[in-house]
Design a protein around this ligand. Structure first.
Ligand SMILES: Nc1ncnc2c1ncn2[C@@H]1O[C@H](COP(=O)(O)OP(=O)(O)OP(=O)(O)O)[C@@H](O)[C@H]1O
Length: 236
């Protein structure tokens, strides 16, 4: 049984249809990408999956739970690094981790987590004094501190330099290799191609294709995901 199952999800904001008849599933242990341009409905979809927004219609199951009804139970088993999640600049790294750890019944050892994420030297530093890559690693640590079965990573590498992006990608693979299923929201084609086992291409609130990066390239008859994206979204 898939770990996440979404069927015919629809969400409107007033007159605006943000998510329209979206269906996909995510298997345990994969990095599943939600790929699309700005405003495609990616964040709205993952917010619905986390029980943070109520869809107008459709059904969702995450770890066998209904995000609408079982929000509290789900929160203990899901970690999220929300888009543009920021901490106050005067928060120290270990203070943030300890605070987030206190939200969970069975949190990870925060010292171990700092080692895993290469943040031991930043332990006592203020969040506001960290580099972009270090901030991103802290936000991933916060997503992992509750020992989640599913981690939702949204716009993971926006604003990072090429080295920091590659380091972050390696880190996400390490997370997946420890058995955590990763839902990766991105508008970067290279990131999706490099990281995702499977992905759903979103366009204007709809899923236009799902598959492995290779399957999507083949379906579109293109040699890169970038070109396949343009073809599959009908922008050729
Ligand atoms: N709270 C809201 N109220 C009204 N409209 C919203 C709200 N949140 C999102 N929208 C609109 O819904 C659409 C989908 O937004 P969403 O944030 O889900 O897209 P996205 O694919 O995550 O985009 P981005 O990559 O820019 O974050 C957009 O047109 C957006 O302007």
């Amino acid at each position: 049984m898939p770990l996440i199952e979404v069927s015919n999800l629809r969400k409107t904001y007033g007159e605006h249809v943000a998510v329209d008849d979206v269906s996909f599933h995510v298997e345990q242990g994969e990095i599943f990408g939600i790929l699309g341009t700005n405003g495609a409905g990616k964040t709205t979809t993952v917010e619905c999956l986390q029980g943070l927004r109520t869809p107008d219609s459709g059904t969702m199951s995450v770890l066998g739970l209904d995000p609408g009804k079982d929000h509290n139970a789900l929160r203990q088993r899901l970690g999220s690094q929300l888009q543009e999640s920021r901490l106050p600049d005067k928060f120290k790294v270990h203070e943030a981790l300890d605070l987030y750890a206190s939200f969970y019944a069975n949190p990870a050892d925060t010292g171990d987590l700092l080692v895993k994420l290469g943040l031991t030297e930043q332990r006592n530093k203020y969040f506001g004094k960290l580099s972009g890559g270090q901030k991103q690693r802290v936000s991933i640590a916060l997503a992992l501190v509750g020992r989640p079965e599913v981690a939702v990573l949204d716009e993971l590498t926006t604003g990072l330099d090429p080295h920091a992006r590659r380091d972050t990608w390696k880190l996400v693979e390490t997370v997946r290799d420890t058995g955590v299923t990763v839902l990766l929201v991105t508008h970067f084609m290279d990131e999706a191609e490099r990281l995702c086992d499977r992905l759903a291409i979103f366009d204007a609130g709809r899923v236009v294709a799902t598959g492995t990066p290779g399957e999507l390239r083949d379906r579109a008859g293109k040699s890169t995901l970038d070109d396949a994206f343009v073809t599959l979204t009908g922008r050729d």
